[in-house]
Design a protein around this ligand. Structure first.
Ligand SMILES: N[C@@H](CCC(=O)N[C@@H](CS)C(=O)NCC(=O)O)C(=O)O
Length: 335
């Protein structure tokens, strides 16, 4: 059975899903487009996000969004070539890193796409023509200007503003450097085989490391290895994952966990508090600088999900996970 998807090349979550499907050798058919145009023969999802995956059901198709639960549903429905580590403590860190990639790296992704004029000028026409390469020049120009205006107006929603720009850009540079070191050991974040967290990081880097001129130049100059990794992870259909290829020493993750603890952890805590209090703004200090953005209810749910994953670890795995993240800043999420 071929799995149908609606997605866009410029959507990090679409790219995460497609790379996962190729690695897992699940046959798929992607329609490049968006929910702005009708998709003949396909039902609408509850929330119109990309990618939308159309799962076959007894009476037709079910339109599903959100790459994180979709990845897990595909694990349940398709055997072999799993992207989830079997060891509970490693699976917990996989979920934490996947969440960081999906929810924090989208900040540098959106920031680098729209905050600097040269990048916005580059992205506008791409967003139009990624939907349809037969648009007339005039239509392409019209859609490009409309989307550019709309997205620049939404920069503040992810927390990109003049006050936070430096925090976002420095965090991206540090991530490039520490991924360069991590990937140099066995090729992937969690060892010698790719996990959900690799696909989530890959999705964001298909944009940050390739599409946006400013961030692509930063990444390319700092790590040829990481730039090459992006091209390889796009298609891992030929990789033969070793059953024992998973990382055995959790302390190898500490540099990455320290980065997550420095930026994403304080954000998640401040966001969850603002959502609970019904506050108009998230106000926090991140990496020594002020952070301000509107509260994001979905990310309060992400924190609750991570806490539940931590709570349900078997005691010995929880002890191992706690020891590995002690002092990284990530432990603040689970107190
Ligand atoms: N948590 C979702 C996020 C999906 C998402 O935010 N997709 C963006 C595109 S990358 C989207 O569809 N935005 C609305 C739009 O483009 O109209 C996932 O993991 O799939």
């Amino acid at each position: 059975m071929t799995l149908e998807l609606l997605g866009a090349p410029g959507s990090p979550y679409t790219r995460k899903m497609l790379a996962l499907l190729r690695y897992r050798r699940i046959p798929y058919a992607v329609r490049w487009g968006s929910h702005r145009q009708p998709s003949p023969g396909l039902p609408d999802p509850k929330v119109k996000l990309l990618p939308t995956v159309y799962f076959p059901t007894a009476d037709g198709l079910e339109a599903v969004t959100d790459s994180t639960p979709i990845l897990r549903r595909l694990e349940a429905e398709h055997d072999g070539r799993s992207a989830l580590p079997a060891d509970p403590a490693l699976a917990f860190f996989d979920a934490l890193i996947e969440d960081y990639a999906d929810e924090w790296l989208t900040k540098p992704m959106f920031h680098f796409r729209w905050a600097h004029e040269a990048d916005a000028r580059n992205a506008g026409p791409l967003l139009a023509f990624w939907q349809d390469t037969t648009l007339s020049d005039a239509e392409g120009e019209r859609i490009s200007s409309e989307l550019t205006r709309r997205q620049i107006d939404r920069l503040h929603v992810v927390g990109s503003n003049p006050e936070t720009a430096e925090t976002i850009e420095r965090s991206f540079e540090r991530l490039v450097d520490l991924l360069d070191r991590r990937l140099s050991v066995q090729g992937f974040v969690l060892g010698a085989r790719p996990a959900a967290s690799d696909f989530a990081i890959f999705g964001q880097l298909t944009q940050l490391g390739v599409v946006e001129p400013t961030s692509a130049a930063i990444l390319g100059a700092r790590s040829g290895r990481l730039r090459a990794w992006i091209d390889r992870v796009e298609d891992l259909s030929g990789l033969a994952p070793a059953p024992d290829g998973w990382l055995s020493d959790l302390s190898a993750l500490r540099p990455l966990l320290s980065e997550i603890g420095r930026t994403y952890a304080p954000f998640l805590l401040a966001n969850a508090a603002a959502v609970t209090e019904g506050a108009a703004e998230v106000r926090a200090e991140i990496d020594g600088r002020p952070w301000v953005q509107p509260p994001f209810p979905y990310q309060a749910k992400c924190l609750a999900t991570l806490r539940e994953a931590h709570r349900s670890l078997p005691p010995a795995s929880r002890d191992a996970a706690d020891a590995a993240m002690d002092g990284t800043g990530c432990e603040t999420l689970f107190r």
